[in-house]
Design a binder for this molecule. Structure first.
Ligand SMILES: Nc1ncnc2c1ncn2[C@@H]1O[C@H](COP(=O)(O)OP(=O)(O)OP(=O)(O)O)[C@@H](O)[C@H]1O
Ligand SMILES: [Mg+2]
Length: 254
């Protein structure tokens, strides 16, 4: 199945959340493909449906309607096959506070049943690439938001996955750490990995993504390379593209 050059296929995905107060249409008929080896971005403001899309694709929640495949594996019928191919960096940092950064990384390597020497080698390599050596020795309860984001990212790829889901990967990072992380994520292309990332940072989408899907209130408004979208909407940046389509700023009220 993996000869397919479509890594992720999303067809007419809908997700409604029913709460006591209302029925929220978190995703309203979203369709897109992510090509193998591509860095693909979901760009949209708070509540647009970015995390919901990822959570469905990684099998955490079920769609109300529609379907999706990961390298041909249907996420409802063959989620365990799909899970073998993916790494996930969740929006909420999933780390143990009373362990050091390195202990957290090793713990997750163990959960994937990786051999000890492989875990150490991979941890060393990732810690080095992200300049995380000093921080990795300390307990994570003292970490800043940016340090937690870096650790979260390292953990998500400890098992060397083919497809990486990054939900707001650089939240809380200072500009230097953010640039380092962009460089790091950009290098996944050399390793022929596929990345689906969500962001509401315009610069992040422009710097990293081959193509971007702009989403708002659960609807996919347009899709294309940052350059093509800017040309289409006669804009100098993706913020203006979003403004031209919706009449609002992405970061408004954030
Ligand atoms: N478990 C849930 N129950 C009810 N509503 C939910 C649930 N999860 C998400 N929603 C709603 O679905 C919509 C989409 O949420 P989602 O978290 O996917 O947005 P997002 O684009 O990731 O936003 P953010 O940028 O804030 O992370 C929002 O209106 C949110 O309140
Ligand atoms: Mg989110």
């Amino acid at each position: 199945m993996e000869q397919n050059n479509i890594a992720i296929e999303v067809r007419n995905l809908k997700k409604h959340f029913r709460t006591k107060l209302e029925n929220v249409k978190a995703l309203d008929d979203i369709s897109f493909n992510v090509k193998s080896g591509e860095i693909f971005g979901l760009l949209g403001p708070n509540g647009a449906g970015k995390t919901t899309t990822i959570n469905i694709l990684i099998g955490l929640i079920k769609p109300t309607d529609g379907s999706a495949t990961i390298y041909g594996y249907d996420i409802q019928d063959h989620i365990s096959k799909a899970k073998e191919l993916i790494g996930v960096c969740p929006q909420e940092h999933a780390v143990f506070k009373f362990l050091s950064g390195r202990e957290n990384i090793e713990l997750f390597g163990n959960l994937y049943s990786m051999p000890k020497d492989k875990i150490k080698k991979r941890a060393d390599e990732l810690i080095d690439k992200l300049n995380f050596s000093n921080a990795s020795k300390h307990k994570t309860k003292g970490y800043s938001g940016g340090m937690l984001s870096q650790l979260n990212l390292i953990i998500s790829i400890i098992n060397n996955p083919k497809i990486i889901f990054l939900d707001e990967p650089t939240v809380g990072m200072d500009p230097r750490a953010r640039r380092k992380t962009w460089e790091f994520i950009g290098n996944f292309k050399n390793e022929r990995k596929t990345v689906l990332l969500t962001t509401h940072y315009i610069e992040e989408a422009e710097a990293l993504c081959d193509r971007v899907a702009i989403i708002d209130y659960g609807e996919l408004l347009d899709i294309g390379s940052p350059k093509d979208l800017m040309k289409k909407y006669e804009s100098d940046n993706l913020e203006d593209v979003f403004m031209n389509i919706t009449g609002r700023k992405i970061m408004e009220g954030m």
